[in-house]
Design a protein around this ligand. Structure first.
Ligand code: SF4
Length: 398
């Protein structure tokens, strides 16, 4: 018999099917008749035992199962189908806001290793409830492609921000990702943006060992009932405070509430009081964000005009004696080449569905293009580019 062992998979045998769990958060189910037909005679936690004596027969049987079922990977939080983007997927990591690398021509590079969130904020700019599909990017692929972008920029002053459409603590390989990014020549700091609900002392320890420099915590209220209302889920504020205090011993903390007038403005002074009380390696910063309304985001409040927002910050800063205008080291840097411009017509290969109904992710010239309202079932599509800013490409089929 042949036993195959796995690092990224675990298995749960049920009477009707075997659940293949992938990177903790994802799974697909294989019916028992297919398990038997593939020659699997025993299912262990991290191993599959095949009846055959030949390794290649077992591997072929496994590959056949994976080819059929892996495209139907499910994110167990919202049960969205999920696309795994890896080195051999033929999907580049530049071009979309959903996953991969976003470079806005500065020394700050955003990385998006995952989509999907564990909470449901009332102001979420990407409104997870409208998103039908999730993405997860292979850690080594993300590191490899980030290294190329950093090398292109040719500076020693790159700040990497892990800032997905969702929460980075859901990414199974978060600490190894931080560790590997810190090894890239030219990377000065690595930061994460998190809602901190899943932050734990164990994860803080792992991130500290990996070399994390900064953790931005989106905390929008100190009152648990108010936090639940704003973040759409029960929030254990004491747990978050405890972990923020602990994390502040190891890396810089930026508390980043979103200000929504009439909803959580009374909570902001309490958040500042908490920030002042934290004794850490560095002083805790506060980066209050003005609520902004996005086309596909939620809209619980009106946007505050920018001059009113800055007046609010100035007044609160005076009242609290706390810097509410933190400075970040952002400077222009080399621009990646843009293979197409707004208005171009491009022939592209359709790779997978997008996050919204009718959307697909298509690929041309080593860039992803998010194609809106694409006719279904096509393998190739002609796309008119409607946005090309910062190497983020949108278009529609012509
Ligand atoms: S934590 Fe961020 S991604 Fe998650 S629901 Fe809130 S705003 Fe959206």
């Amino acid at each position: 018999m042949v036993t195959l062992s796995f690092q990224d998979f675990t298995f749960d045998a049920k009477p009707e099917y075997v659940r293949f769990n992938f990177l903790t958060l994802y799974y697909f189910d294989v019916p028992q008749d297919e398990i038997e037909a593939s020659g699997i005679v025993e299912v262990r936690k991290k191993e599959l035992v095949f009846k055959t004596e030949k390794q290649y027969v077992a591997e072929h049987a496994l590959n056949t199962l994976l080819q059929k079922h892996f495209p139907h990977l499910i994110n167990r939080i919202k049960k969205n189908e999920t696309t795994y983007i890896h080195k051999n997927s033929g999907i580049p990591l530049l071009g979309t806001l959903y996953f991969g690398i976003v470079d806005r021509n500065t020394n700050v590079i955003d990385l998006k290793p995952i989509t999907g969130c564990n909470i449901d904020c009332i102001f979420c700019s990407v409104d997870m409830g409208r998103r039908e599909r999730d993405f997860i990017v292979e850690k080594d692929y993300l590191v490899q492609e980030t290294e190329k972008v950093v090398a292109f920029k040719n500076t020693e002053n790159i700040h990497i921000v892990i800032n997905p459409h969702g929460d980075p603590t859901l990414y199974h390989d978060l600490a190894p990702l931080v560790r590997d990014l810190k090894k890239i020549k030219g990377v000065k700091t690595v930061a994460i943006y998190t809602n901190a609900v899943l932050l734990s002392k164990k994860l803080v320890d792992e991130l500290a060992v990996a070399g994390l420099d900064q953790c931005s915590v989106s905390l929008h209220a100190m009152n648990p009932e108010k936090a639940k209302k704003v973040e759409g889920a029960p929030i254990n504020i004491e747990h978050i405070k405890d972990n923020v205090r602990y994390a502040a011993k190891y890396f810089e903390i930026v508390i980043a509430p979103v200000l929504m007038m009439g909803i959580n403005d009374a909570e902001i002074p309490l958040i500042i009081d908490f920030a002042k009380s934290v004794q850490g390696k560095f002083p805790v910063k506060i980066g209050i964000q003005n609520f902004l309304s996005y086309e596909y985001g939620k809209k619980p409040a009106k946007e505050l005009p920018w001059n009113a927002f800055y007046n609010y910050l100035d007044e609160l800063e005076r009242e609290k004696g706390f810097d509410l205008h933190p400075k970040f080291d952002i400077v222009p840097s080399a621009k990646l080449p843009k293979p197409f411009q707004k208005g171009d017509i491009v022939e592209a290969d359709v790779k997978c569905p997008g996050r919204l109904p009718g959307e697909v992710i298509a690929v041309a010239k080593d860039r992803c293009i998010t194609v809106l309202k694409c006719p279904q079932g096509k393998q190739k599509v002609k796309v008119k580019i409607t946005r090309s800013k910062h190497n983020i490409f949108y278009g529609f089929a012509v």
